[in-house]
Design a protein around this ligand. Structure first.
Ligand SMILES: C[S@@+](CC[C@H](N)C(=O)[O-])C[C@H]1O[C@@H](n2cnc3c(N)ncnc32)[C@H](O)[C@@H]1O
Length: 424
C-alpha cells in the first residue's frame, strides 16, 4: 500500500510498473550512455543463507564452467553495442563470486582487451573463502576493491545465519586482506539480527574498525517474505528490534564511527576522509551480466532470466538472456535517479539539470518541499543533503521498496525462467 501511495503522489502514476517480456529490437542499445559500469553476477554459493534474497544456487563445478562460457558469450553479444562506450567500473557480486576466480580471470581479460575499460574492479568475498591463494589471484587479475561479507563476529549469530564460518575466521580474513594493500577494503556488517543486543552491535562495529578497514557498510537485516527466514519469522515470530529502535542503532553506529575516525559516506557506509569507496549499486547507468543481473540504461530497466540453466541455454543460442523490460517514463527515470542519490546521502541539482535538462525542484515540488519542511534534507547551493532523520526515513522507504516490490519481482523471477508480463 505504501509503495502504491508513493507511486501515485510522487510519480503521478495511476498504473503499476509494467515489465514486458523481451523481444529483439525492444531495447534501443544506441541510447546507452557514453560512460557506464558493468556488473557481473555469479549465482553460486557453497550453501544458501536463509535470509539472502539474491539470485543463487548451490555450486556445481561443471555448471560453473558452462556458466563462464555463457558469460563470455553474453559479453560477446554486447561487444558491438558497447563499441564506442567507456566502461568505468566492473563489480562482481553474488552469490559467492570467488568460487569462480579462475573463470573470472578469463572474463576480466576479455573486458580489458575487447572493451574500452578503465577503472576499478570490485568483488564480494565470503570470509570462508579468504586465503592467501585467493587474494594473490585477485590481485593478479586486477581486482582492487574488496567487499568482505563479514555480517557479524558473534558465533551464535553466524550459526543462526548459516554463514559457514566462526568469528575467528572472519577476523583472520580481515587481518589477511589488509596485508595486501588493495585500494579499498569494505566490511559488510548486518544489524538487527534476531536475538541481537545493542552491546552485540557495538562490539561488531568496533571489531570491524579495529582491522583498519577503508569502509564499513552496515545493513539492518531486511526480512524478505520470500526467503526461508521470512517464512520462519512468520511462523515463529523471532524477536527483533522495532523500526524505531533501528534509528537508535544507526545513531549509535554514527557515534562509534566518529570515535574511530570514520564519517558517513552514504546512507549505509562509513569511510575515512578522502578514502576510496566500494559502491556497486549507485551507478547512473550499468549493464548487468549473468543470471538474475539487472541493467539500467537510458529509459530502460531490464532483467536477465534468473534461471541458471535457462541463461546458459539462451546464450548457447547466441541470444541475449534478457527476460523482462520496463520502459521508463521521463519521470520514472528522474525518480529512480533521485532514489539512488538519496542512497548516496546527497542530491545534486546541477547534475540533475545536466542529465534531465530540467530543475528538480520544479519537477518534484512536493517531494523537495516536504523533504525540507519535515527536516529530512538541508539545501545548500543547489544540493540537498539528507539529515540523520532523512536518512532514517530513506531507510524506511528502501525497506518498503525491498519487501513490497523487489521481493515480488525477484520471487516471480526465481519461480519462472521466462515471465511473459508482470505488473508491480
Ligand atoms: C549482495 S550481498 C553479498 C552477498 C555475499 N554472498 C555475502 O553474503 O557474502 C551484499 C550485502 O548485503 C547484505 N545483505 C544480504 N541480505 C540482506 C538482507 N536480507 N537484509 C539486509 N542486508 C542484507 C549483506 O551484508 C551482504 O554482505
Amino acid at each position: 500500500m505504501i509503495t502504491d501511495i508513493l507511486r501515485k503522489i510522487i510519480l503521478r502514476r495511476k498504473d503499476k510498473f509494467l515489465f514486458k517480456s523481451y523481444r529483439e529490437g525492444m531495447v534501443d542499445f544506441d541510447s546507452i550512455e557514453s560512460n557506464l559500469g558493468l556488473y557481473v553476477h555469479i549465482p553460486f554459493c557453497r550453501s544458501l543463507c536463509q535470509y539472502c534474497p539474491y539470485n543463487k544456487t548451490v555450486y556445481e563445478r561443471d555448471k560453473a564452467y558452462e556458466y563462464k562460457q555463457a558469460l563470455i558469450s553474453e559479453l560477446d553479444l554486447y561487444k558491438d553495442r558497447l563499441k564506442n562506450k567507456n566502461i568505468t567500473s566492473v563489480y562482481i557480486g553474488g552469490g559467492t563470486p570467488t568460487l569462480l576466480t579462475d573463470e573470472l580471470k578469463e572474463v576480466l581479460e576479455l573486458i580489458k582487451t575487447e572493451f574500452h575499460f578503465s577503472g576499478d574492479i570490485g568483488i564480494e568475498v565470503h570470509p570462508a573463502e579468504a586465503d592467501r591463494k585467493l587474494f594473490d589471484t585477485l590481485q593478479e587479475i586486477g581486482v582492487n576493491l574488496i567487499s568482505m561479507g563479514i555480517q557479524t563476529f558473534n558465533d551464535r549469530a553466524l550459526k543462526f545465519l548459516g554463514r559457514g564460518y566462526v568469528s575467528r575466521d572472519a577476523e583472520k580474513a580481515l587481518a589477511l586482506v589488509k596485508e595486501y594493500g588493495f585500494k579499498c577494503v569494505d566490511a559488510d556488517i548486518m544489524t538487527n539480527l534476531p536475538g541481537q543486543t545493542m552491546e552485540d552491535i557495538k562490539y561488531d562495529i568496533r571489531k570491524a574498525y579495529s582491522y583498519g578497514i577503508d569502509q564499513l557498510s552496515v545493513y539492518p537485516l531486511i526480512i524478505f517474505p520470500m526467503t526461508k527466514m521470512g517464512r520462519a519469522i512468520r511462523e515463529n515470530g523471532l524477536s527483533r528490534f522495532s523500526n524505531l529502535y533501528e534509528n537508535k542503532i544507526l545513531r549509535t553506529i554514527d557515534d562509534i564511527s566518529a570515535e574511530s575516525g570514520y564519517k558517513r559516506s552514504s546512507v549505509w557506509t562509513y569511510g575515512k576522509d578522502g578514502g576510496n569507496r566500494y559502491t556497486s549499486v549507485t551507478r547512473e547507468s550499468f549493464i548487468g551480466l549473468g543470471a538474475g543481473a539487472s541493467s539500467l540504461i537510458d529509459g530502460y530497466f531490464y532483467l536477465n532470466t534468473f534461471n541458471v540453466d535457462g541463461y546458459i541455454k539462451r546464450l548457447g543460442e547466441r541470444k541475449l538472456p534478457i527476460n523482462l523490460v520496463n520502459r521508463m517514463s521521463d519521470r520514472d527515470k528522474m525518480m529512480f535517479w533521485i532514489f539512488w542519490r538519496c542512497y548516496d546521502g546527497e542530491i545534486d541539482g546541477s547534475r540533475f539539470t545536466k542529465l534531465f535538462k530540467g530543475d528538480m525542484k520544479k519537477e518534484f515540488p512536493l517531494l523537495f518541499t516536504m523533504l525540507k519542511l519535515l527536516g529530512m534534507a538541508k539545501e545548500q547551493g543547489g544540493r540537498f543533503a539528507l539529515t540523520e532523520w532523512g536518512r532514517y526515513a530513506y531507510h524506511l522507504v528502501e525497506k518498503q521498496y525491498s519487501v513490497g516490490y523487489l521481493n515480488d519481482l525477484w520471487q516471480a523471477s526465481m519461480e519462472q525462467p521466462w515471465i511473459k508480463e508482470i505488473r508491480l
